[in-house]
Every structure is written in structure tokens, then in C-alpha cells.
Unconditional design. Structure first.
Length: 236
């Protein structure tokens, strides 16, 4: 059970932290919805801690280190905001997520298919080092200057070429041809990413189901998006 006093204490910590100036005022609808959001995160943390204890999973300070844990838009879209937030705040949630990810390794066909569908992720376009611009790729400069730079050979001086402010003389000092990382070089990286994403989605599904089975919220602590609560700003 999470008490009102615990919510108040956690909210005070937030409002005394480094991002306090960015938080909405308590008496506003946005401020009340911030409190509702915090309740959702605290409930999810509690559910994760209970599950980690039930499974005998390492959590807290004994959990494997997870450097650079960050809440990103990609994770939030993949899992939902509460699940993404609790994976950042709670070592127990990350332990449960790892347990749910076990045995969900992507197949070789899935990994290879991802590579084929995302070739642009593993490609580096032709790059030229041009005096006075420095490193340049197609699309970063325009017009006659770009045409002249990308028509030149390595070591060649081109110009004068008409450009902003008058004529330009440029030196193509070095050319690095376009390249693509081969599948074998990125295979394990893709596999790890897909396994991580699968675990996060499994955690989000588990959290939704566990919340539905075990959680009763008192009035005033509904999800901010619940259209039944008076401060809801998303209605249909």
C-alpha cells in the first residue's frame, strides 16, 4: 500500500530538486496531474519490487550496473510512459525486465531482416574534408560550391566558384568514400537491441496486467489521462 504521506514526501523531493523550476505549480490542473503521474510511477515501482522479491531477483544496490539509463522518446513510445519511467527509476523494475527478457532472444532471421530493412543505419555517406569548411557531406552545402567540391579529386584546388558573399577557392584535402558496415560486424549489436526492446515490451505488458489485477486507486489519484478525473485535458 502506498500512503498519501509517501506521495507527499516524494513530491517534495521532486520540488526541491534541480528541475523544480520546470514543474507546474501545485494549485494548477497541471500540478495536480503531476501528482497523479507520480502516483502511477510509485505504484509501478512497488509492483516491480514485489515481483523482484517474489522471484528472488537481485535488485537495488545488488543489481548488475546499468550505466546511462535514460528515459527516451523511443522507449516511451514502445512501452508507454509509466513503464518507461519506472525502468529508469527502479532497479527492481530493470531486474524484472531482464527476467522477462530471458529466453526471448531474436532469431537469426529476425536479426537479418532488421539489418535489411534498416541499411541506412549502418551506412556512412561519402565524406570530404574541404578547406575552409572542414568535414562536408552531400546536402550540407548547396549550389555550385557543392557541385564543384564533389566533382573534385583528392588534393585538388577548385575555384573560384561563385557562392555566398562572392567567389570561393576550395581545397579538397581528403576523401573518405561511402561505406556500409557488413552484417557480420553489426549482428550482435542488432541482436542485443532487439532482445532489449522485446524485454521492455514484455515488461510493459506484465505491468499493465499486474496493475489491472492488484491496484485500486483512491479518488484523486487516477491516471492523468483518465477522462473521468476533473483535470483531464485529453477527451474524445
Amino acid at each position: 500500500m502506498i500512503t498519501v504521506a509517501e506521495v507527499d514526501r516524494r513530491l517534495r523531493l521532486m520540488r526541491s530538486g534541480p528541475l523544480a523550476a520546470r514543474l507546474p505549480r501545485p494549485e494548477t490542473a497541471e500540478g495536480r496531474n503531476l501528482r497523479r503521474w507520480l502516483v502511477q510511477v510509485m505504484v509501478a515501482e512497488s509492483l516491480a519490487e514485489q515481483e523482484a522479491a517474489r522471484l528472488g531477483l537481485p535488485a537495488g544496490h545488488s543489481a548488475p550496473p546499468r550505466p546511462q539509463v535514460a528515459l527516451t522518446p523511443a522507449v516511451a513510445l514502445r512501452t508507454g510512459g509509466v513503464a518507461a519511467a519506472v525502468l529508469v527509476t527502479s532497479p527492481a523494475a530493470r531486474a524484472v525486465c531482464r527476467a522477462l527478457a530471458a529466453g526471448r532472444e531474436p532469431s537469426e532471421d529476425e536479426v537479418r531482416d532488421y539489418y535489411r530493412r534498416n541499411l541506412d543505419r549502418f551506412a556512412t555517406p561519402e565524406t570530404r574534408w574541404v578547406r575552409p569548411f572542414g568535414r562536408v557531406r552531400r546536402g550540407q552545402i548547396a549550389g555550385p560550391i557543392e557541385d564543384a567540391v564533389f566533382a573534385a579529386r583528392e588534393g585538388e584546388t577548385v575555384g573560384p566558384v561563385e557562392g555566398p558573399g562572392g567567389p570561393w577557392t576550395l581545397v579538397v584535402e581528403r576523401i573518405e568514400t561511402a561505406r556500409r558496415e557488413p552484417y557480420a560486424a553489426v549482428r550482435e549489436r542488432i541482436r542485443a537491441e532487439l532482445a532489449k526492446e522485446s524485454g521492455e515490451r514484455a515488461f510493459a505488458r506484465w505491468l499493465d496486467a499486474r496493475h489491472a489485477d492488484a491496484v485500486v486507486l483512491t479518488p484523486g489519484h487516477e491516471h492523468p489521462a483518465d477522462p473521468a478525473q476533473p483535470d483531464a485535458d485529453h477527451r474524445h
